[in-house]
Design a protein around this ligand. Structure first.
Ligand SMILES: Nc1ncnc2c1ncn2[C@@H]1O[C@H](COP(=O)(O)OP(=O)(O)OP(=O)(O)O)[C@@H](O)[C@H]1O
Ligand SMILES: [Mg+2]
Length: 284
């Protein structure tokens, strides 16, 4: 981990941040082994960790150290091979995939490095999608989607397709989509991995505001020590184990950093896609 992340006490960081007794996330001895027939990949080798409401955690570590594997389990997208996971005090490690999907849609917003927007679907419709899965009445869906887009500063872009938006704007649509069902937990796996440095700080500004103003618990994965400085707590993985767990000292505040950065090219639109073209690159 970077020298920027001054070490405080490595143990029991979560407990020191506790605002109530029930952690939002409690992991007890989590293992994940991928069985590839000939080979077994031990992606996680006994992770125990508490994260409390209102925390902002950055997970760091070398490529292949198990960060995404952990995020997928925490995000109820995957199940551990062994160990227990309590989400808001409820043991979700025993649930079926169907029940996990239900919990995910109620409690968790997930943001990916690649944005994962549907390419021939407007920003508004992309954001509405999770409300359909959650069974929100049609009249309410659009109102919620507009509200979520407003929260990320994209009210003026609701009718744009992903190809008509900059990378940072696409990621903001993805964040709005993650927020639309009012989750209590926001997970982001390398959310700034495809963005330039100013845009990355803008994304961190959104996360910091959601965390401080709306009390959302935020967990991000990042390779960049500068980005981890915007969190409150940093955890480092190595070979499927937790190697460090520290409070961030001299935390960066995105709203203070942004005015010091060169201003962006306003409303830069990257490569407009042929609207009659194929749906290449569409995800989910
Ligand atoms: N579906 C899978 N099947 C088999 N092995 C997998 C699978 N997903 C991940 N792995 C392996 O598990 C280990 C951890 O992978 P993971 O994606 O969690 O790493 P990571 O820390 O997120 O890396 P990166 O920083 O490159 O994203 C790696 O050795 C990887 O090859
Ligand atoms: Mg990863």
């Amino acid at each position: 981990m970077s020298e920027n992340l001054s070490v405080s006490q490595a143990s029991a960081v979560g407990a020191s941040l506790a605002v109530d007794d029930t952690p939002t996330i409690r992991l007890e001895g989590i293992y994940k082994t991928y069985d590839l027939g000939e080979v077994q990949v031990h992606a996680l080798r006994g992770i125990s960790l508490d994260i409390y409401r209102g925390e902002f955690v950055a997970i760091m570590g070398a490529s292949g150290s198990g960060k995404s594997t952990l995020m997928n389990i925490v995000g109820c997208l995957d199940k551990p091979t062994r160990g227990r996971y309590f989400l808001d005090g409820k043991d979700v490690s025993v649930l079926s995939r169907h029940d996990l999907a239900k919990i995910r849609s109620q409690k968790i917003g997930f943001v990916f490095q690649q944005f994962n927007l549907l390419s021939r679907t407007s920003a508004l419709e992309n954001v509405e999608l999770p409300t359909i899965y959650a069974g929100v009445p049609p009249a309410e869906r659009e109102r919620r989607a507009r509200e979520a887009l407003a929260r990320v500063g994209l009210s003026e872009r609701t009718g744009h397709f992903p190809s008509q938006l900059s990378g940072g704007q696409q990621q903001r649509v993805a964040i709005a989509r993650a927020l639309v069902n009012n989750p209590s937990l926001l997970l982001a796996d390398e959310p700034t991995g495809n963005l330039d440095s100013r845009t990355s700080v803008e994304i961190m500004d959104i996360f910091q505001r959601l965390n401080s103003e709306h009390g959302l618990t935020v967990v991000i994965v990042t390779h960049e020590p500068d980005i981890a400085q915007y969190a409150k707590r940093a955890i480092e993985f190595r070979d499927g184990r937790m190697k460090k767990d520290v409070l961030i000292q001299n935390r960066s505040i995105a709203a203070e950093v942004l005015p010091t950065l060169p201003s962006p090219d306003e409303d830069l639109v990257q490569g407009v896609e042929n609207p009659n073209g194929s749906r290449n690159g569409a995800a989910h």
